[in-house]
Design a protein around this ligand. Structure first.
Ligand code: ZN
Length: 207
């Protein structure tokens, strides 16, 4: 039980080793962990940084969060983290991490903007401890779903795309009569029944 509790509290950024080592002592503004190898907050973030409302009241950044701030690929690409390793992915490579999730704890991030510090909001709630009930970071959102459910949604979306419906209209949930002709009423009704949430949007993006 104790191990379980300890594991549950590992912040996202601590799942991978950091190549950096500072000298500042204190509590990290991002993950709230104590560090003696931290960096000053002001020198860690750029002038364009706007996510101060997500931070704890501290002026210290631990080496792990510093790595996430300094490595642009955490903002400019999709990624998956497991077993002490961060893998930067193309959008098309993300689905395999949902089809066959790695050994927990792990995390998966998908970006559409290629510029947000989405990892900050994933710090605690964005780490997966299950292979069946999954959370994925999607820019600054978190999307939860049962794995098999998401794969079914993805399959429906892929079928609609294969039949000639544009992703743009799938996103906007406004199919034309011509789209309906292409996909048939059954698929249309199936899509309508699952297109309410962010999981659907994520599936359209990844399809
Ligand atoms: Zn930290």
């Amino acid at each position: 039980m104790k191990t379980y509790l300890v594991e549950r509290t590992v912040p996202l950024t601590h799942l991978v080793p950091s190549p950096y080592k500072g000298e500042l002592e204190g509590r990290c503004a991002f993950c709230f962990c104590e560090t003696s190898k931290g960096f000053p907050l002001k020198k860690s973030v750029s002038e364009a940084f706007t996510d101060y409302s997500e931070l704890h009241g501290s002026q210290v950044v631990c080496p792990h969060c510093y790595y996430f701030l300094k490595e642009p690929k955490f903002r400019k690409s999709c990624w998956a983290i497991s077993q002490n390793t961060a893998v930067f992915l193309k959008k098309s490579e993300v689905v395999k991490y949902i089809e066959g999730p790695p050994q927990p704890p792990y995390a998966v991030y998908v970006t559409k903007t290629f510029k947000k510090h989405g990892w900050i909001r994933m710090m605690f709630r964005g780490v997966n401890y299950s292979r069946e009930r999954i959370v994925v970071g999607y820019d600054t959102e978190l999307v939860w779903f049962p794995r098999t459910w998401f794969l079914e949604v993805l399959e429906l979306v892929r079928t609609a795309v294969a039949k000639g419906v544009s992703k743009k209209r799938l996103y906007s949930r406004t199919l034309t009569p011509r789209d309906l002709e292409k996909i048939g009423l059954d698929l249309y009704e199936s899509l309508k029944s699952i297109w309410g949430g962010l999981d659907y949007e994520l599936a359209v993006y990844l399809a």
